[in-house]
Design a protein. Sequence first.
Lengths: 301, 300
Amino acid sequence: MRHGKYPFIIGFLVVPVALYCTFVVAAYIQSFQLAMTSWSGFGAIKYIGFENFQKLWNDDLFWKSLRHNLFLLILLPIVTIAIALVFAFLLNVGGSQRGGVTRGVRGSKAYRIIFFFPQLLALAIVAVIFGRVFGPDKSGMLNGLFPDSWSPWLFMADERWAMTCILVVLIWQAIGFYVVLFSAGMGSISSDIYEAAALDGASRFTLFFRITIPLLWGTIQVAWVYLGIAAFDAFAIVNIMTVDRGGPNGATSVLSLMIYRNTFEFSQVGYASAIGVVLFFLTLTFAALTLRVTRRESIEA
Amino acid sequence: MVATTPGAPAVRTRSRRRVDEGVITVGRSRAATIAANTTGIVFSILMLFPIYWVLNTAFKPADEVLALTPTFWPKHPTFDNFLSAVKAPLFLQDMLNGLIITLLAVAGSLVVGFLAALAIARFKFYGRRGIILVILAVQLVPFIALLIPLFLMLQSVSLTNSLIGVSITYLVLILPYTVWTLRGFISGIPRELDEAALIDGCSRGQVFWRIILPLTGPGLVATSVFGFIQAWNEFIIINTLNSPEKQNLMAWLLQNQTTRGTAWGPLMAGAIITSIPVVIFFLIIQRNIATGLTAGAVKG
C-alpha cells in the first residue's frame, strides 16, 4: 500500500506545479522586477529603484483610482450579499410550510434560473448591453422609458453618477452566482433546526438572523472575498463601458485600468508594473484581513 | 334556534384555526406571501429586462433601433442583423478559433486537474498544504498585473499570436477551479472502495482508472462546463496576445463595438450568437449547478 506512493504524487503534480511556476510565480517575479525599471516596453531596461513608487505616491489619478476601488470594495460585497441572502432565503424557506416541510416561494426553480442568467453572459456582452441601458440620449433604454418631457439623464457621462452605474452593473452581474451559492448552503442546513425554532415561536426574521446567517457564515466569508477581488479588478466593465476609458475626467478610473493603459497606451511598462505590485499586495491584504476579522466560532450544522 | 345560527360559523372558524395550528406556520400572513411573490417578480423583471432589450434590438431593422421613441416589440422583425453579423469579416473565423482554444483548454485542464486533484485528495505528502494554498492564492491575484510578463514569456517561445499560447494560458486560468472542485468530488468517494478494489487485486493505477474516474463523472461534467464558460468568455488576454484573425468571438464583439459605433442591431445579434453555446451548456447542467459551484467552495 505504502509502496510506490511518491511516483504517483510526483507524476500527478509535476505538470500543474510546472505550469504555475512559469505562468504565475515567475510572471510575478518578473512583474516585481519591472516595477523597479523605467522600461517603456521597447529597448534597454534601466533600473531606477523605487522611483516608480514615489511617482505613484504623488499621482493624483492613482489616489482617485484607489478611492474608486475602495468605493466598490465597500459597496459591492455589502449590497450583493444582502440581496443574494434575502433571495436565497425566499427561494429556500420563504414559502408556505405544509406538513412541516419548509419550502421556497412559488416558482423558486424558475427564479433560480433567471437570477443565474446574467452570470452566463460574458463581461464583454454585459458591458455592451449596459452601454445601451445607460445610453445618454433618447435611444438609450432607460432614457427611452422616461417620459419625453424629461431631459435625458447622462448616466456614464455624468462625473457624479458614473461610478454608481458601474456598481449597478457589477451587482446585476454577480447576484445570480451568490443566490445559487447561498441556496446550496441553505439547502445543507437541516430542516430540523428550522422546525425546532419555529416550534419555539421564532418569526421569519428571527429564523433569518439567528439561524440562517450564523450557519452560512463560512459561505458568506467566501462570497465576501470573491466580491472584494471583483471590486479590485472591475477592469472589463470599466474599460468597455466608461466614457473615454475611465472618464469623464478620471471619474471612473480604477487601478486595473491604470495598469492596462500605462502598459498599452502610454508605454510605461515599469510604472504599470509598480501599480500591479501595489494591487497585488492590496488584494492579498484584503483577503487575509477579511478572513481574519470575520472569523467566528464555527457552528456545526 | 335563533341564537345558535350565528354561533355555528364561529365554531367552524375556530376549528379551522385549530387545524392550521397542527402544521407549523411561522407567523405567515397572506400579505407576507404577496410581498414575497411581488419582490420575486419585480426583481426577475429587473434581471431579465436588459436581456429582453438585447433580443428586441437584435430583431429590429436599423431604422427602428435608432428611433427616438423605442418600441417594446420590433414592428417588422427581421433576421438581417444575424445575417450581417455572421457575414461580417472574421466572425466565423473567430468563432472557430474560440471553439478550438476553449476545447483545448478545457480538455487539458480536465486531465491535469483530475490528476492533481487525485494526488491532493488521496495522498498525504510533504507540501500538500502548500500546494492547496498556492492554488487558492492564484485565484486571488488580479490577472491583469501579469499581462506583461505573460506576453514577454510567450513571445520568447514564439507562442504569441497563436492558438496554442492562448489555450495554455486559459488552461492555467481555469485549473485552480478545476482542481479545487474535483478535489471536493473525489473526497466524497469513500476510501473503502479503493481498499476493496486493492484487495481484489487492482493496482493503484487501476483503482484510479476504474473506480475513481467513473465515480467523478458528474464532477468532470460540472467543472468542464464552468471551464468552458470561463474560457469562452475571456477576451482581455486574447486581445493582448493575438492579432485580429487569431481572436475569439468576445474580442471580435468588442472590436466591432468600437469600430462600428452605432450598428447596434448586428452587434446585439452577434452577442446573442456568442452566448448560445454557454446558454446551451447551462441548460444541460442547470439541475446540478449548485453541486458544481459548491463542491469545493463551501466545504473548504
